[in-house]
Design a protein around this ligand. Structure first.
Ligand code: GRG
Length: 303
Protein backbone atom coordinates (compact mmCIF):
# COMPACT_ATOMS: atom_id res chain seq x y z
CA UNK A 1 0.00 0.00 0.00
CA UNK A 2 1.34 3.40 -0.90
CA UNK A 3 -0.37 6.80 -0.78
CA UNK A 4 0.50 7.32 -4.44
CA UNK A 5 3.05 5.11 -6.14
CA UNK A 6 4.08 7.81 -8.61
CA UNK A 7 5.00 10.09 -5.69
CA UNK A 8 6.98 7.29 -4.10
CA UNK A 9 9.44 7.01 -6.98
CA UNK A 10 11.56 9.97 -5.88
CA UNK A 11 11.77 8.98 -2.25
CA UNK A 12 15.14 7.56 -1.26
CA UNK A 13 14.79 5.95 2.16
CA UNK A 14 18.52 5.37 2.66
CA UNK A 15 19.21 9.03 1.96
CA UNK A 16 16.37 10.07 4.29
CA UNK A 17 17.59 7.80 7.11
CA UNK A 18 21.22 8.79 6.59
CA UNK A 19 20.55 12.53 6.66
CA UNK A 20 18.25 12.39 9.66
CA UNK A 21 20.66 10.14 11.55
CA UNK A 22 23.39 12.76 11.07
CA UNK A 23 21.11 15.57 12.25
CA UNK A 24 20.09 13.54 15.30
CA UNK A 25 23.69 12.63 16.12
CA UNK A 26 24.76 16.28 15.96
CA UNK A 27 21.93 17.21 18.34
CA UNK A 28 22.80 14.31 20.67
CA UNK A 29 26.46 15.35 20.70
CA UNK A 30 25.42 18.86 21.71
CA UNK A 31 22.92 17.63 24.33
CA UNK A 32 25.45 16.61 26.99
CA UNK A 33 28.67 18.47 27.79
CA UNK A 34 31.42 16.96 29.93
CA UNK A 35 31.68 18.80 33.21
CA UNK A 36 32.37 17.93 36.87
CA UNK A 37 32.06 15.08 37.87
CA UNK A 38 33.48 14.09 34.47
CA UNK A 39 33.17 10.32 34.85
CA UNK A 40 29.38 10.26 34.77
CA UNK A 41 29.12 12.57 31.74
CA UNK A 42 31.74 10.50 29.92
CA UNK A 43 29.83 7.32 30.68
CA UNK A 44 26.54 8.86 29.48
CA UNK A 45 28.16 10.12 26.28
CA UNK A 46 29.98 6.81 25.70
CA UNK A 47 26.70 4.95 25.21
CA UNK A 48 24.59 7.79 23.81
CA UNK A 49 27.09 8.42 21.00
CA UNK A 50 27.93 4.77 20.30
CA UNK A 51 26.06 4.61 16.99
CA UNK A 52 22.96 2.54 16.38
CA UNK A 53 20.29 3.10 13.77
CA UNK A 54 18.66 6.07 15.58
CA UNK A 55 15.33 4.65 14.48
CA UNK A 56 13.44 6.04 17.47
CA UNK A 57 14.34 9.71 16.97
CA UNK A 58 13.76 9.32 13.24
CA UNK A 59 10.25 7.94 13.87
CA UNK A 60 9.52 10.86 16.20
CA UNK A 61 10.55 13.42 13.60
CA UNK A 62 8.81 11.62 10.71
CA UNK A 63 5.51 11.49 12.65
CA UNK A 64 5.76 15.18 13.55
CA UNK A 65 6.47 16.14 9.93
CA UNK A 66 3.67 13.93 8.59
CA UNK A 67 1.22 16.05 10.55
CA UNK A 68 2.75 19.30 9.35
CA UNK A 69 4.99 19.92 12.36
CA UNK A 70 8.48 21.39 12.27
CA UNK A 71 11.52 19.08 12.52
CA UNK A 72 13.20 21.45 14.99
CA UNK A 73 10.17 21.33 17.27
CA UNK A 74 10.50 17.56 17.54
CA UNK A 75 14.30 17.35 17.84
CA UNK A 76 14.60 17.64 21.67
CA UNK A 77 11.93 14.95 22.11
CA UNK A 78 13.63 12.84 19.43
CA UNK A 79 16.92 13.11 21.37
CA UNK A 80 15.12 12.27 24.62
CA UNK A 81 13.80 9.08 22.99
CA UNK A 82 17.35 8.02 22.17
CA UNK A 83 18.44 8.85 25.75
CA UNK A 84 15.70 6.58 27.12
CA UNK A 85 16.52 3.85 24.59
CA UNK A 86 20.23 4.09 25.47
CA UNK A 87 19.60 3.89 29.20
CA UNK A 88 17.41 0.82 28.70
CA UNK A 89 20.26 -0.81 26.77
CA UNK A 90 22.84 0.11 29.45
CA UNK A 91 20.69 -1.43 32.18
CA UNK A 92 19.70 -4.41 30.03
CA UNK A 93 23.40 -5.25 29.48
CA UNK A 94 24.24 -5.28 33.21
CA UNK A 95 25.30 -8.57 34.88
CA UNK A 96 22.02 -8.61 36.85
CA UNK A 97 20.04 -8.66 33.59
CA UNK A 98 21.46 -9.90 30.26
CA UNK A 99 25.14 -9.71 31.26
CA UNK A 100 26.42 -8.66 27.84
CA UNK A 101 30.00 -7.56 27.16
CA UNK A 102 29.40 -5.94 23.78
CA UNK A 103 26.77 -3.60 22.35
CA UNK A 104 26.82 -1.83 19.01
CA UNK A 105 30.26 -3.33 18.39
CA UNK A 106 31.78 -1.73 21.50
CA UNK A 107 32.33 -2.83 25.08
CA UNK A 108 29.17 -2.34 27.14
CA UNK A 109 28.98 0.62 29.50
CA UNK A 110 29.57 -1.40 32.68
CA UNK A 111 32.59 -3.15 31.13
CA UNK A 112 34.23 0.26 30.66
CA UNK A 113 32.95 2.24 33.66
CA UNK A 114 31.92 -0.47 36.15
CA UNK A 115 28.43 -1.57 37.25
CA UNK A 116 28.03 1.31 39.70
CA UNK A 117 28.64 4.08 37.17
CA UNK A 118 26.67 2.25 34.45
CA UNK A 119 23.59 2.11 36.72
CA UNK A 120 23.98 5.80 37.52
CA UNK A 121 24.56 6.75 33.87
CA UNK A 122 21.28 5.01 33.01
CA UNK A 123 19.46 6.82 35.80
CA UNK A 124 20.94 10.15 34.76
CA UNK A 125 20.02 9.65 31.10
CA UNK A 126 16.44 8.74 32.03
CA UNK A 127 15.93 11.81 34.21
CA UNK A 128 17.73 14.10 31.77
CA UNK A 129 15.50 12.91 28.92
CA UNK A 130 12.45 14.42 30.61
CA UNK A 131 14.31 17.60 31.57
CA UNK A 132 15.50 17.91 27.98
CA UNK A 133 11.99 17.77 26.49
CA UNK A 134 10.66 20.24 29.06
CA UNK A 135 13.46 22.80 28.71
CA UNK A 136 14.60 22.48 25.08
CA UNK A 137 11.35 22.21 23.11
CA UNK A 138 10.77 25.52 21.36
CA UNK A 139 7.77 26.99 19.53
CA UNK A 140 5.31 24.32 20.70
CA UNK A 141 2.29 25.10 22.93
CA UNK A 142 2.99 23.88 26.50
CA UNK A 143 -0.08 21.61 26.63
CA UNK A 144 1.34 19.56 23.75
CA UNK A 145 4.72 19.28 25.48
CA UNK A 146 2.99 18.17 28.67
CA UNK A 147 1.06 15.47 26.81
CA UNK A 148 4.28 14.20 25.24
CA UNK A 149 6.07 14.05 28.60
CA UNK A 150 3.15 12.13 30.14
CA UNK A 151 3.07 9.72 27.20
CA UNK A 152 6.78 8.96 27.45
CA UNK A 153 6.52 8.45 31.22
CA UNK A 154 3.74 5.89 30.68
CA UNK A 155 5.77 4.12 27.99
CA UNK A 156 8.86 3.58 30.18
CA UNK A 157 7.24 2.95 33.59
CA UNK A 158 5.83 -0.33 34.94
CA UNK A 159 3.03 0.21 32.38
CA UNK A 160 5.61 -0.05 29.57
CA UNK A 161 9.27 -1.01 29.17
CA UNK A 162 9.83 -1.92 32.81
CA UNK A 163 6.68 -4.08 32.94
CA UNK A 164 7.74 -5.87 29.75
CA UNK A 165 11.20 -6.48 31.15
CA UNK A 166 9.76 -7.92 34.39
CA UNK A 167 7.57 -10.44 32.52
CA UNK A 168 10.59 -11.28 30.35
CA UNK A 169 12.61 -12.03 33.51
CA UNK A 170 9.78 -14.19 34.86
CA UNK A 171 9.80 -16.24 31.65
CA UNK A 172 13.54 -16.86 31.72
CA UNK A 173 14.38 -20.53 31.42
CA UNK A 174 10.74 -21.53 30.87
CA UNK A 175 10.04 -23.62 27.78
CA UNK A 176 6.23 -23.24 27.89
CA UNK A 177 5.90 -19.48 27.27
CA UNK A 178 2.83 -18.95 25.06
CA UNK A 179 2.32 -16.49 22.21
CA UNK A 180 0.15 -14.13 24.31
CA UNK A 181 2.83 -13.78 26.97
CA UNK A 182 5.48 -13.27 24.31
CA UNK A 183 3.32 -10.60 22.71
CA UNK A 184 2.84 -8.88 26.10
CA UNK A 185 6.61 -8.79 26.56
CA UNK A 186 7.30 -7.33 23.13
CA UNK A 187 4.44 -4.84 23.14
CA UNK A 188 5.84 -3.46 26.40
CA UNK A 189 9.59 -3.99 26.07
CA UNK A 190 10.02 -2.96 22.45
CA UNK A 191 6.84 -1.55 20.89
CA UNK A 192 5.94 0.84 23.74
CA UNK A 193 8.96 3.10 23.18
CA UNK A 194 8.69 2.96 19.39
CA UNK A 195 5.01 3.88 19.78
CA UNK A 196 5.82 6.73 22.14
CA UNK A 197 8.29 8.12 19.59
CA UNK A 198 5.57 8.23 16.94
CA UNK A 199 2.84 9.51 19.27
CA UNK A 200 5.00 12.20 20.92
CA UNK A 201 6.15 13.46 17.51
CA UNK A 202 2.50 13.60 16.45
CA UNK A 203 1.37 15.29 19.68
CA UNK A 204 3.95 18.06 19.24
CA UNK A 205 2.52 18.70 15.77
CA UNK A 206 -1.00 19.03 17.21
CA UNK A 207 -2.41 15.59 16.36
CA UNK A 208 -6.13 14.98 16.96
CA UNK A 209 -7.61 11.81 18.50
CA UNK A 210 -8.10 10.12 15.12
CA UNK A 211 -4.46 10.77 14.18
CA UNK A 212 -3.35 9.34 17.52
CA UNK A 213 -5.51 6.21 17.12
CA UNK A 214 -4.21 5.54 13.62
CA UNK A 215 -0.58 6.19 14.54
CA UNK A 216 -0.94 4.05 17.62
CA UNK A 217 -1.99 1.03 15.54
CA UNK A 218 0.77 1.84 13.02
CA UNK A 219 3.42 1.98 15.76
CA UNK A 220 2.29 -1.10 17.71
CA UNK A 221 2.34 -3.13 14.51
CA UNK A 222 5.78 -2.00 13.40
CA UNK A 223 7.03 -2.46 16.97
CA UNK A 224 5.92 -6.07 17.02
CA UNK A 225 7.24 -6.65 13.49
CA UNK A 226 10.54 -5.08 14.57
CA UNK A 227 10.88 -7.60 17.42
CA UNK A 228 9.96 -10.57 15.21
CA UNK A 229 12.65 -9.54 12.72
CA UNK A 230 15.09 -8.95 15.61
CA UNK A 231 14.53 -12.55 16.77
CA UNK A 232 14.98 -13.87 13.22
CA UNK A 233 18.18 -11.83 12.76
CA UNK A 234 19.44 -13.20 16.09
CA UNK A 235 19.05 -16.74 14.80
CA UNK A 236 20.56 -16.09 11.40
CA UNK A 237 23.46 -14.06 12.84
CA UNK A 238 24.14 -16.69 15.52
CA UNK A 239 23.92 -19.48 12.93
CA UNK A 240 26.36 -17.65 10.68
CA UNK A 241 28.80 -17.23 13.54
CA UNK A 242 28.55 -20.67 15.11
CA UNK A 243 27.34 -23.00 12.39
CA UNK A 244 23.67 -23.78 12.00
CA UNK A 245 23.23 -26.54 14.60
CA UNK A 246 25.11 -24.75 17.38
CA UNK A 247 23.16 -21.57 16.62
CA UNK A 248 19.83 -23.36 16.93
CA UNK A 249 20.83 -24.90 20.27
CA UNK A 250 21.80 -21.53 21.59
CA UNK A 251 18.58 -19.72 20.66
CA UNK A 252 16.42 -22.65 21.86
CA UNK A 253 17.13 -21.54 25.43
CA UNK A 254 14.75 -18.61 24.96
CA UNK A 255 11.21 -18.74 23.59
CA UNK A 256 10.87 -16.35 20.65
CA UNK A 257 8.41 -15.96 17.77
CA UNK A 258 10.61 -17.99 15.41
CA UNK A 259 11.03 -20.71 18.06
CA UNK A 260 7.20 -20.87 18.43
CA UNK A 261 6.19 -20.51 14.78
CA UNK A 262 9.32 -21.19 12.73
CA UNK A 263 11.22 -18.61 10.68
CA UNK A 264 8.98 -18.57 7.61
CA UNK A 265 5.69 -18.11 9.48
CA UNK A 266 7.30 -15.45 11.66
CA UNK A 267 8.49 -13.59 8.57
CA UNK A 268 4.99 -13.81 7.09
CA UNK A 269 3.48 -12.48 10.33
CA UNK A 270 5.91 -9.54 10.33
CA UNK A 271 4.95 -8.71 6.73
CA UNK A 272 1.24 -8.79 7.62
CA UNK A 273 1.81 -6.50 10.60
CA UNK A 274 3.66 -4.03 8.38
CA UNK A 275 0.88 -4.06 5.76
CA UNK A 276 -1.71 -3.35 8.48
CA UNK A 277 0.53 -0.57 9.80
CA UNK A 278 0.77 1.07 6.40
CA UNK A 279 -2.98 0.78 5.86
CA UNK A 280 -3.47 3.22 8.76
CA UNK A 281 -1.66 5.96 6.86
CA UNK A 282 -3.31 5.93 3.43
CA UNK A 283 -5.36 9.03 4.25
CA UNK A 284 -2.26 11.20 4.76
CA UNK A 285 -1.16 11.06 1.13
CA UNK A 286 2.33 12.09 0.16
CA UNK A 287 3.21 13.19 3.72
CA UNK A 288 3.01 9.57 4.88
CA UNK A 289 5.73 8.35 2.50
CA UNK A 290 8.57 8.37 5.07
CA UNK A 291 6.57 6.46 7.72
CA UNK A 292 5.38 4.01 5.04
CA UNK A 293 8.95 3.44 3.87
CA UNK A 294 10.21 3.02 7.45
CA UNK A 295 7.54 0.34 8.00
CA UNK A 296 8.89 -1.58 4.99
CA UNK A 297 12.46 -1.11 6.18
CA UNK A 298 11.54 -2.87 9.46
CA UNK A 299 11.12 -6.17 7.61
CA UNK A 300 13.95 -5.76 5.10
CA UNK A 301 16.68 -4.53 7.48
CA UNK A 302 19.73 -6.73 7.96
CA UNK A 303 20.88 -5.38 11.36
C1 GRG B 1 13.32 2.05 30.81
C2 GRG B 1 13.36 2.68 33.26
C3 GRG B 1 13.73 1.73 32.19
C4 GRG B 1 14.44 0.61 32.53
C5 GRG B 1 14.90 -0.36 31.58
C6 GRG B 1 16.21 -3.05 30.92
C7 GRG B 1 14.85 -2.54 30.68
C8 GRG B 1 14.23 -1.69 31.70
C9 GRG B 1 14.19 -2.79 29.54
C10 GRG B 1 14.77 -3.54 28.41
C11 GRG B 1 14.42 -2.84 27.15
C12 GRG B 1 15.12 -3.44 25.97
C13 GRG B 1 16.60 -3.61 26.01
C14 GRG B 1 14.39 -3.77 24.90
C15 GRG B 1 14.96 -4.30 23.64
C16 GRG B 1 14.69 -3.30 22.57
C17 GRG B 1 15.46 -3.56 21.31
C18 GRG B 1 14.82 -4.37 20.25
C19 GRG B 1 16.68 -3.02 21.15
C20 GRG B 1 17.45 -3.01 19.92
O1 GRG B 1 17.08 -1.82 19.27
P1 GRG B 1 17.75 -1.33 17.93
O2 GRG B 1 17.88 -2.48 16.97
O3 GRG B 1 19.20 -0.94 18.43
O4 GRG B 1 17.01 -0.13 17.43
P2 GRG B 1 20.17 0.23 17.91
O5 GRG B 1 21.54 -0.20 18.42
O6 GRG B 1 20.10 0.31 16.41
O7 GRG B 1 19.70 1.49 18.57
Amino acid sequence: ISPDLSLDADFDLNKYLGELKLEVETALDESIAITYPEKIYESMRYSLLAGGKRLRPILCIAACEMLGGDRHAAMPTACAMEMVHTMSLIHDDLPALDNDDYRRGKLTNHKVYGDDIAILAGDALLAYAFEFIATQTKNVPPDRILKAIAHLGHAVAATGLVGGQVVDLECEGKADVDADTLTFIHIHKTAALLESCVICGALLAGANDTDIDRLSVYAKNIGLAFQIIDDILDITATSEQLGKTAGKDLVAQKVTYPSLWGIETSQQKALELVEQAKAQLVGYGKLAIPLMAIADYITTRQS
